[in-house]
Design a protein around this ligand. Structure first.
Ligand code: FAD
Length: 307
């Protein structure tokens, strides 16, 4: 059995594995896709101390760093059950294999909910963006759209309005869902246009990058086109916790609740990164959280007996 078994091989999981292994304890990682969301990222300019890099390049560096240590890396494996077995915890994989460990760190990340309209996947990273903290500065002085009028969409629009030339926010429903204070701030900005009752139907482009979007006015059924250089999709972040619903305490958004040591509601099970309730989902955050969960797990190991 493992001392620490990590589920997820994104920045949080990779960081946790290095911190755990450096304690001289038996460490393993199970990951469906090593690198996680970072594999889907083009330019990264906010990973502090690295001025500029690309997702796959950062993932290669992560993997190289993990390989410096005695970590069992099990790739292309999906975990689908977590249960306690006496003093140990068992993770069952989709293949049917079962892995036992004294402590577990869940770092299965999250995924952005997509619009599912033509042009979205084609122009992903070429104008279609999901993270204003990451990609906002790429659109300095330009006209961008934000899709989604909940808290994250309105926050994104306020944030972007300070960087880009103009922001058009489109909301499907007949009213914005964001907190009143955010809406007030949004409406005070002179370079923001809000369109409600708008169903985005297509992201348009010139073959290389985004040049606009089409939406249908749901009241009149009329179609409209807006010229924009970027489209920020802000319609939800879905944590990868479907397999944990009956075992761990989750927030109403499905994120794993953790304490200040990264501990979850099940003793011996820790969590880190985008899959948890920690706000501001970023690579640098995920790595810090992974380190913390590993140290939390190590503390748990030295305070408990397992034979
Ligand atoms: P993830 O990266 O989501 O990794 C999750 C891991 O868990 C993966 O290995 C996955 O395969 C695995 N997994 C999931 N479910 C299971 C399962 N059941 N069994 C086994 N393994 C499983 N952040 C920045 O700081 N700067 C940026 O410029 C930036 N740009 C971004 C651009 C895009 C397009 C996207 C999508 C995100 C971007 N982010 C950026 C956000 C950043 O990528 C995430 O915050 C970060 O990757 C979260 O790390 P994580 O380890 O928590 O989860």
């Amino acid at each position: 059995p493992y001392d620490v078994l990590i589920v997820g091989g994104g920045p949080a999981g990779a960081s946790a594995s290095i911190y755990a292994s450096r304690k001289g304890i038996r460490t393993g990682i199970v990951a469906e896709r090593f690198g996680g969301q970072v594999m889907d990222t083009l330019a990264i300019e906010n990973f502090i101390s690295v001025k500029e890099t690309e997702g796959p390049k950062l993932v290669a560096a992560l993997e190289e760093h993990v390989k410096e240590y005695e970590v069992d890396v099990m790739k292309l494996q999906r975990a689908n059950k977590l249960r306690r077995q006496g003093k140990m915890i068992e993770v069952e994989l989709e293949s049917g294999a079962k892995l036992l460990s004294k402590a577990i760190i869940i770092a299965t990340g999250a995924r952005w909910r997509e619009l599912g309209v033509p042009g979205e996947s084609e122009y992903r990273g070429h104008g279609v963006a999901y993270c204003p903290h990451c990609d906002g500065p790429l659109f300095k002085g330009k006209h961008v759209a934000v899709i989604g009028g909940g808290n994250s969409g309105v926050e994104a629009a306020i944030d972007l309005a300070g960087i880009v030339g103009h922001v058009t926010l489109l909301e499907f429903a007949d009213e914005l869902k964001a907190d009143a204070i955010l809406q007030k701030k949004l409406h005070s900005l002179s370079n923001v246009t809000v369109i409600i009752g708008a169903q985005t139907t297509e992201v348009t482009g010139d073959g290389k990058k985004v040049n606009g979007l089409n939406y249908k006015d749901r009241a009149t059924e009329e179609s409209h086109h807006v010229e924009v250089a970027g489209v920020f999709v802000q319609i939800g972040l879905l944590p990868n916790t479907d397999w944990l619903k009956d075992t761990l305490t989750l927030s109403k958004y499905g994120e794993i609740e953790i304490d200040s040591h990264g501990a979850t509601s099940m003793p011996g099970v820790f969590a880190a990164g985008d899959v948890t309730t920690i706000p501001y989902k970023q690579i640098i955050m995920a790595m810090g959280e992974g380190a913390r969960a590993a140290l939390g797990a190590f503390d748990y190991l030295i305070r408990n007996e397992f034979d």
